[in-house]
Ligand binder design. Structure first.
Ligand code: ZN
Length: 407
């Protein structure tokens, strides 16, 4: 439905747009440059800049003489002006971060997720962990913009609740996480699927806007893809876009829970990789820290020339490549960022395989080839991405924000 706009919305949009440009220019950007980039009048810009300085978001740098005329005064972001909390609920590890306005992590903690207790217990526990981290970071409460939570899908975007993500504590199922965490902390809370959060985080760090059209491959306990089109993360109608677990990649591969063979999720499941690579016995049930240690061993062996380990990594790289090529054919994005907790441990061995397999694929239909990039955010990508969701809603100018809400 097309909606109208009104003047306060335009004012907020202009302010966000200017702040967005300032934060993407670490060296600072002058009012003249901002006027050129935004098309706003000098008067409007001057008003917006004054408001941003007054509210403490930006500072004026030292004036720089640039040819004849008035020296240019760069406007710079104050990274510590505000911050955001990110939480990643993962079957293996809960990660908590506090990030400043640039998305840089200023405090970090992680723990094995509690499995017992009611939803209220789990929420109280999350709130305690957030409180501890904010205290450790020494951040005053009034500077915290909010909390972002990244969780495995599928989730209920309308209620900010998780449906029934396998492996997460059953008490999370259908609990209104967003509402309860807001009540427990007093901080505005937003919940997002992990791969969407990861894509948001990468977009936030993407100063050159290389990722405006991009795919983020998330490889952790599960696999998923975060997608960006035209600089906007693709959420889909219900916030659950990016599920690629059942994409067929391996003929005669392992049986998937969906009843088919060779689905991506089953083909590159961490347990299969480790059993194939000779690091884990079939049927073993390692804890999360053990699993991480096993992946490190596998990577080391594969790099050291162990044929069995190398073959297992090779198969993962090839299977991932098949999925990447198919999804890229669909989107014509041509830029693929690979990350996630498992990938960051495996990348040293698996990256060359993935690159080779993507380059050699005869299924590629796009004309420019595919560029593979490493995640800028490493292991904490989903937690940092979740915090960036909060920054993103406060600081990224989107034309859609101009529209009067129908809600
Ligand atoms: Zn399947």
């Amino acid at each position: 439905m097309r909606r109208g706009s009104n003047l306060p919305a335009v004012g907020t949009y202009n302010q966000t747009l200017v702040l967005d440009l300032i934060r993407r220019a670490p060296e600072g950007i002058s009012r003249t440059e901002l006027a050129e980039r935004t098309g706003l009048s000098a008067q409007t810009l001057s008003n917006v800049a004054r408001r941003l300085v007054g509210e403490g978001w930006i500072v004026e740098g030292t004036p720089v003489a640039a040819g004849p005329g008035k020296p240019r005064t760069p406007l710079q972001l104050r990274p510590a002006a505000r911050c955001a909390v990110g939480i990643h609920l993962d079957p293996a590890v809960d990660t908590f971060v506090v990030v400043d306005l640039t998305g840089a992590v200023i405090a970090h903690s992680e723990r094995t997720p509690p499995q017992m207790g009611t939803a209220a217990d789990l929420v109280a526990d999350l709130a305690d962990a957030v409180e501890e981290l904010l205290t450790a970071a020494g951040v005053p409460r009034e500077r915290v913009l909010g909390i972002g939570v990244a969780a495995p899908g599928p989730f209920d975007a309308e209620r900010g609740a998780l449906f029934e993500p396998p492996l997460l504590a059953p008490a999370w199922h259908h609990a209104p996480l967003r509402e309860h965490l807001f009540a427990a902390t007093g901080l505005p809370t937003t919940v997002e699927k992990d791969v969407v959060a990861a894509m948001v985080g990468e977009l936030w760090m993407d100063a050159d806007q290389e990722l405006d059209d991009a795919i983020f491959v998330y490889y952790g306990a599960g696999v998923g893809m975060g997608l960006a089109m035209g600089g906007t993360p693709l959420r889909g109608r219900t916030g659950n876009a990016g599920d690629v677990a059942h994409l067929g990649v391996e003929r005669d591969g392992p049986l998937c829970e969906c009843g088919h063979r060779g689905c991506l999720g089953a083909a590159i499941a961490p347990e299969r990789l480790l059993v194939d690579g000779g690091v884990l016995r079939a049927g073993a049930a390692p804890t999360a820290p053990e699993l991480r240690a096993h992946v490190d061993v596998l990577t080391r062996r594969a790099r050291g020339g162990d044929a069995r380990a190398a073959a297992a990594v090779e198969r993962v790289g090839e299977n991932l490549a098949r999925a990447v090529v198919q999804i890229n054919n669909l989107l014509d994005a041509d830029v693929v960022v690979v990350g996630g907790p498992l990938w960051s441990r495996l990348a040293e061995a698996a990256r060359p395989v993935l690159e080779r397999a993507v380059a050699a694929s005869r299924a590629t239909a796009t004309v420019r080839g595919i560029r593979l990039l490493d995640s800028a955010l490493g292991t904490d990508v989903a937690a940092v991405g979740a915090a960036c969701l909060v920054l993103d809603s406060a600081l990224t100018a989107r034309p859609a924000d101009l529209m009067i809400s129908s809600g």
